[in-house]
Design a protein around this ligand. Structure first.
Ligand code: BJW
Length: 229
C-alpha cells in the first residue's frame, strides 16, 4: 500500500449491510420483495410512478435510522492519510460514505436523498414532502421530479472520471459487491489492463473473485479496517 501512487476503490451494497441496509441479491435482499422491472427501470416509473415513489420513500426513511460503520470510517481515514491519487466509486445510493467523512467520492448509481427534474435536468435535495406531483425548485415544472437514481438501461454517472482514474491506478479494491451489474462489474478489468493489482474484499466471492489478483472473505467491518491499516 505504501508504494501505491493511485488507488481506486469500488463499493457495493455489502459495505452498508452491517449498518442495517439490505443488499439487493441476498436471500433476504431487496429484490426478493420487489420486481426490478417495476421499481428500478424507467419503464416501471412511467407505468406506476406512485409505486416507485413509495419504494424510494421507504428507503429514505430507513436511511435516517442507520449509521456509518467501521468500514465506511476506515475508507474516510484512508483518504485523509493517503498522499497519492484516490477515488472512491460507490454503487450505493445511501449517504453513509459522506457521513463517515469521505470526500473524493462518486455515486455512480445516484443518490437517494436527491431529486432530478425530467424537464430541466437539475438535481436538488429531496424534501420529505416531495412526490410525483411536486414542483421542480428550479424550473417550477409540476410533476417532473423523479428519484436521482440510475435505473437499469440508464447511463451511470461520471463514467469519464471513473474510467480516467481506472486507467491511471495501480491498486483497485472492490468491496461488498456481487459483480452482477455492469459497467461497474467490469471496472477491475479496466484497472488490470492498466497494470493495477486487483483486490476483492467480500463476505462471499463475487462473480469474478477467482480472477482478482487477491481475494479476502469476511464482513466489511473487519476486512476493510484491517486491509487499509
Ligand atoms: C457483504 C456483506 C458484509 C453482504 N461485508 N460484503 C454488459 C453485460 C451484461 C449486461 C449489461 C452490460 N452492460 C449493461 C448491461 C445492462 C445492465 C446490467 O448490468 N444488467 C445485469 C443485471 C446483467 N446495466 C445497466 O443497465 C446499467 N446501465 C448501463 O449499462 O448503461 C449503458 C452502458 C453500457 C456500457 C458502458 C456504460 C454504460 C445501469 C445499472 C443500474 C443499476 N441500478 C441498481 C439500482 C439502483 C437503484 C436502487 O438502489 O434502487 O443499482 S441495481 C442494484 O445493483 C443497485 C446496485 O448498485 C447494483 C449492484 O449491486 P451490489 O451492490 O453488487 O449488491 P448485491 O446485492 O448484488 O451484492 C451484495 C454483495 O455484498 C454480495 O457480494 C455479498 O457477498 C456482499 N456482502 N454482506 C461485506 N457484511
Amino acid at each position: 500500500m505504501a508504494r501505491c501512487k493511485s488507488v481506486v476503490i469500488l463499493t457495493g451494497a455489502g459495505i452498508s449491510a452491517e449498518s442495517g441496509i439490505r443488499t439487493f441479491r441476498a436471500a433476504d435482499g431487496l429484490w426478493e420483495d420487489h420486481t426490478i422491472e417495476d421499481v428500478a427501470t424507467p419503464e416501471g416509473f412511467l407505468r406506476n410512478p406512485d409505486l416507485v415513489h413509495r419504494f424510494y420513500n421507504a428507503r429514505r426513511q430507513q436511511l435516517g435510522e442507520v449509521q456509518p460503520n467501521a468500514a465506511h470510517y476506515a475508507l474516510a481515514e484512508f483518504e485523509q492519510k493517503f498522499t497519492g491519487e484516490y477515488l472512491l466509486v460507490t454503487q450505493n445510493v445511501d449517504d453513509l460514505h459522506e457521513r463517515a467523512g469521505s470526500q473524493k467520492l462518486i455515486h455512480m448509481h445516484g443518490e437517494l436523498l436527491k431529486a432530478r427534474c425530467k424537464r430541466c435536468g437539475s438535481v436538488s435535495a429531496w424534501c420529505g414532502s416531495m412526490d410525483g406531483a411536486s414542483r421542480c425548485p428550479l424550473c417550477s415544472a409540476v410533476g417532473s421530479l423523479r428519484p436521482h437514481i440510475v435505473w437499469f438501461h440508464e447511463m451511470p454517472l461520471e463514467l469519464d472520471r471513473i474510467y480516467n482514474a481506472l486507467s491511471r491506478c495501480d491498486l483497485f479494491i472492490s468491496i461488498g459487491t456481487s459483480g452482477n451489474v455492469y459497467p461497474a462489474a467490469g471496472f477491475f478489468q479496466e484497472a488490470s489492463a492498466a497494470g493495477a493489482r486487483t483486490v476483492e474484499l467480500n463476505l462471499e466471492p463475487g462473480q469474478h473473485a477467482s480472477i482478482f489478483d487477491h481475494f479476502e472473505n469476511g464482513p466489511a467491518t473487519s476486512l476493510v479496517p484491517a486491509y487499509l491499516k
